[in-house]
Design a binder for this molecule. Structure first.
Ligand code: AMP
Ligand code: MG
Length: 368
């Protein structure tokens, strides 16, 4: 009888604590560790060496080579050629800058998705080859989640991420074991929108930084603000209608240099207000007191300024990583790789295929 009671009690507690026991047994105790990160979701081939020591990350190198074009945008096959041509040089440079030897690397972390298939495939092939050749583990990570996780090196605890990049525009926050998307673009990414607008103006690729400069010039001489369509639908945003309007204006009107600068200013004021409206609502809904910016568009001087102001108004902390960690970069891939590895994750060769359409909320977060 006693045995039966003991057994039932044991079963009850075992069942109750199974997830904790399981996760504890999977956890790896890491004191000092070196990881090579590889980023290839789109235009950038990035390599970074990150040291993890006593719970702290130290990015020893973060090298990138970006595919640029005057016309035509990102042609997938040209992207893969670019990445194949530069991967060796970029990795060598990352190792040299970190003053580490390839044989000191203990983990390869690579961006497994989401992104452009042609580009992702090169990164995963390089990661697989290095892992097999060096006989070290590898880990495939989600690029969007990496933009969130890099904020830890700036002391962020539980931020809302405004991820504004070329292909992606999402407002992401951690909730109930996952990173959830609270709002996103219904059509094109904000960076793609800016680059397409820039292309119509003949600014080449990427147009985003040039539009930033032109808007600054306009602001410095009290720009004339034009009201443009403001597309916020629930928690989502949309840019394609605005793009069509701008394209038609550029085609049909003969705009002067000053008018173009004013238009760049008005476009920025409109689209960044849209992004920050949904971001602020996500912060209020989740009751989070930190905002972190991510993505290349977050390099924009006006978006930074408006984000700081919004956080000030609601008494929240605004974390803006250095530009090298806003754009597509391998430092954040290595940081997330180490976190996931420490939590017991690993990517076996047979599971290392790319996931071009992977969603942020597909990922089970077991490292927080
Ligand atoms: P990512 O895809 O995150 O690497 O970011 C690339 C995107 O960032 C491109 O669409 C660029 O036009 C955009 N971008 C970079 N710098 C700026 C800037 N200062 N202002 C606006 N967009 C920018
Ligand atoms: Mg990105």
């Amino acid at each position: 009888m006693n045995n039966t009671i003991n057994y039932v009690i044991f079963k009850f507690f075992h069942h109750l604590f199974k997830p904790i026991i399981y996760s504890l047994s999977m956890k790896r105790k890491i004191q000092k560790f070196l990881c090579l990160g590889i980023e290839t979701t789109a235009h950038t081939f990035g390599a970074s060496v990150v040291e993890y020591k006593d719970g702290k990350f130290n990015v020893l190198s973060n090298i990138r080579d970006m595919y640029k074009t005057e016309k035509g945008g990102l042609v997938p096959v040209m992207l893969s050629e670019h990445h194949v041509e530069c991967f060796d040089r970029v990795i060598t440079e990352a190792l040299e800058k970190s003053q580490k030897n390839i044989h000191e690397i203990q983990l390869i972390s690579f961006s497994q998705g989401p992104g452009i298939g042609h580009a992702l495939r090169i990164g995963s092939a390089v990661a697989r080859s290095l892992s097999l050749q060096l006989k070290i583990p590898m880990i495939g990570v989600n690029h969007c989640v990496a933009h969130q996780e890099i904020s830890c090196i700036y002391g962020a605890e539980d931020p809302v991420l405004l991820y504004a990049s070329g292909a992606n525009t999402q407002v992401i926050a951690y909730d109930g074991g996952k990173y959830r998307v609270f709002g996103e673009t219904l059509d094109i990414g904000v960076g793609n929108f800016l680059d397409s607008f820039g292309r119509e103006l003949g600014l080449g690729f990427p147009g985003g930084p040039k539009i930033d400069q032109m808007a600054q010039k306009a602001k410095a001489r009290n720009a004339k603000y034009t009201v443009l369509p403001y597309q916020v639908k629930g928690m989502d945003v949309s840019f394609s209608g605005l793009f069509t309007l701008l394209k038609n204006r550029i085609k049909t009107e003969k705009l002067s240099e000053i008018q173009i600068e004013d238009l760049c200013y008005s476009v920025q004021e409109t689209i960044f207000a849209m992004l920050l409206e949904v971001t602020e609502r996500a912060m209020a809904h989740c009751e989070k007191k930190e905002l972190v910016l991510g993505g290349g568009v977050a390099c924009n001087s006006r978006l930074k300024e408006m984000s700081i102001q919004m956080c000030k108004d609601r008494n929240a902390k605004c974390i803006i990583p250095e530009n090298q960690f806003l754009v597509d970069n391998a430092g954040m891939i290595a940081v997330l790789g180490i976190k996931m590895y420490e939590a017991g994750n690993i990517t076996k060769i047979e599971n290392s295929q790319i996931n071009p359409h992977e969603r942020t909320d597909d990922i089970n977060v077991n490292w927080k």
